[in-house]
Write a protein that binds this ligand. Sequence first.
Ligand SMILES: [Zn+2]
Length: 302
Amino acid sequence: MALHEVVPGVHAWVQPDGTWWVNNAGAVADGGQVLLVDTCATETRTRRFLAAVDEATGGGPIRLAVNTHQHGDHTYGNSLLPAATVVVGHEHMREGLRVDPVIDGCPPLWEPVPDWGAVTRRLPDVTVRDRLTLHIGQRQVDVVHPGGPAHTTGDLVAWLPRERVLFAGDLVFSGLTPLVFMGSVTGALAALDWLAAFEPAHLVPGHGPLLTAADIPPVFDGIRRYYQLVLDTAGEGVRAGLTPLEAARACDLGEFAGWADAERIVPNLHRAYADALGTELDVVAALTDAVAWRGSLMPTKV
Ligand SMILES: [Zn+2]
């Protein structure tokens, strides 16, 4: 993992290989102060990130931290931030983390079972519904919600309009399988057009390598085709009376078979089914079916 200086004073923490629980984060520094975008899943990974930020930014106080969404790979490390740091998140993100059972004990769906270390639930101090503008030194950071469910129901991006850097959170998985089961497949698809309209010079995805402006169209087109495959497979599966797991087993992933975390086809189909049928999605059941599809626990490195 390494801190990449995307433009002067704007850093992306990129953790290979970007699979389950291995996220990207960021830091914006100016005037001796720091704003973070997300933390990491575990105590060890978050301390490593904070030490790298300290070194790169001269150890200025972390005044603000933005959570792009509720998932633990981006938020469990919140509790390691200084008490004085103001944590910002979407109102649905705050509620999602408040009731998240996984921080108290991860279900045995991954191998090894993640060990979060000494982290506790730390919720945002400030919640956002639509948008908010933050200032760190002379820099402006716009925190914006895509307008509806996408990766989750409480996604935010952090946009630096002057530097044209977009921290997209998990609205973008770069080079590996996207996960949308706690949001919306159609919403995540629409969010790609919304993200492209920022016309970023640099995009920091929630997982996977950094993107420049030239990378964005082909990467987004691949993600669009994947979401369309999920929607088509769900439509056929519902008509044929298949369960999401059966539909996943019948689905040829084609060009996406090589993307890491391919088993996410199963929870993604659970989401598409739930939206098509107007039912509630059971998170643990969706992930348990992903394990069944793989025939083994899901791999992780945390
Ligand atoms: Zn993530």
